[in-house]
Design a protein around this ligand. Structure first.
Ligand code: AMP
Ligand code: MG
Length: 330
């Protein structure tokens, strides 16, 4: 029979082995950045195997670069550029079809505040110019598509652009690319990750055992937060008039256009949308921004599984009922 002291030593050894094993399994966080779609993208992964995280993150960046090659207006072989040059219906790949269908759906459900047909308007305003200038109403009229019509039609895999309309996927493609990155991470067995493409954020699980704490930028105080919110397994995207803008004679001109007028939408300073996927959050943030605070809030309130925070043009903030108690104001 074993005596008592020997039993105690054995138990102690067992506990020490457990602690040692736990430490070997300790959680590490890997964070990497890359420039994709003209934006600094940061991917963080949390787990116990550093090498597995590194590989998954570099595969996730690779898939985002593929989406860039598919949807960039400036890459002449991109599906978007090919569509914009085509004079008849052309076959597009599955991803492009999926993105166009989802964009069209959000356009129809948002009283067409969201439009995939603003390529001409975007080119005219040219926010990437060194000295962008306000466009005249005559110039706008020449490139503004009929806001009551779909900018393209779909039949099977064939997409036909409406004559004279240039497509632009800038309001949804970044969110879509974030979702593709999350999918790669998920498939690689990563259970805790965040993908942040310049404010389009997709989350996998929590931040280790806790939730991810996401800061919402103050639209008029650069570098300061308006609020924070704790989330897991969700996406959050903010559209703001402070992202790309210039000011002439005290008027702020920014990159989110009202498809009715071709002018920068005037109702909001920023809209943050929380949804189950990043493409939806991305497009709905742009749509709600264009609709303005009242109609925008209605859209987000009635959209299943979606919540949001809107800062109106006068600086006042409102949230959907679902996140009233979850927002921590700064
Ligand atoms: P976001 O920053 O997600 O709000 O997207 C802004 C980008 O979406 C712009 O740079 C344009 O490429 C595109 N965009 C601007 N206005 C609209 C609109 N009303 N509907 C859809 N996309 C838009
Ligand atoms: Mg958007």
């Amino acid at each position: 029979m074993l005596n008592r002291p020997l039993l105690l030593v054995a138990a102690l050894l067992f506990i020490l082995t457990l602690v040692w094993f736990q430490q070997r399994q300790s959680v590490t966080e890997v964070a990497r950045t890359a420039l994709i779609m003209g934006t600094l993208v940061e991917i963080k992964g949390v787990g116990s195997e550093q090498q597995k995280l590194e590989t998954a993150i570099s595969d996730a960046f690779a898939v985002m670069r593929e989406e860039e090659e598919r949807f960039s207006p400036s890459i002449s072989s991109s599906q978007l550029a090919v569509l914009n040059r085509a004079t008849k219906a052309i076959a597009v790949d599955d991803q492009t079809l999926n993105l166009l269908q989802r964009g069209l759906e959000i356009s129809r459900q948002s009283q067409r505040a969201f439009s995939l047909g603003l390529g001409g308007i975007k080119k005219l305003w040219n926010f990437s110019a060194t000295q962008p200038q306000a466009s005249s109403l005559t110039e706008i009229e020449q490139v503004l598509p009929d806001p009551t019509l779909d900018p393209f039609s779909i039949e099977g895999h064939q997409v036909k652009r409406r004559p004279g309309v240039q497509l632009d996927l800038g309001g949804i493609a970044k969110g879509y690319a974030v979702d593709q990155a999350l999918q790669v991470l998920r498939k690689a067995g990563v259970r805790s990750a965040s993908v942040n493409a310049g404010g389009d954020i997709g989350l996998l699980g929590g931040h280790g055992k806790r939730s991810w704490k996401i800061g919402i930028q103050h639209p008029r105080k650069p570098g300061e937060l308006l609020a924070t919110i704790e989330l897991r397994d969700r996406s959050i995207v903010t559209s703001g008039d402070y992202e790309r803008f210039f000011v002439v004679d005290g008027v702020r001109y920014h990159h989110i256009f009202d498809p009715q007028t071709g002018l920068p939408a005037r109702g909001c300073q920023s809209v943050s949308v929380i949804a189950a996927n990043t493409a939806e959050a991305d497009a709905l943030a742009t749509a709600a921004f264009v609709l303005g605070p009242e109609k925008g809030l209605q859209l987000l309130e009635q959209w299943p599984g979606v919540d949001g925070l809107i800062v109106a043009a006068d600086g006042s903030s409102q949230t959907t009922s679902g996140i009233k108690d979850l927002i921590q104001w700064r």
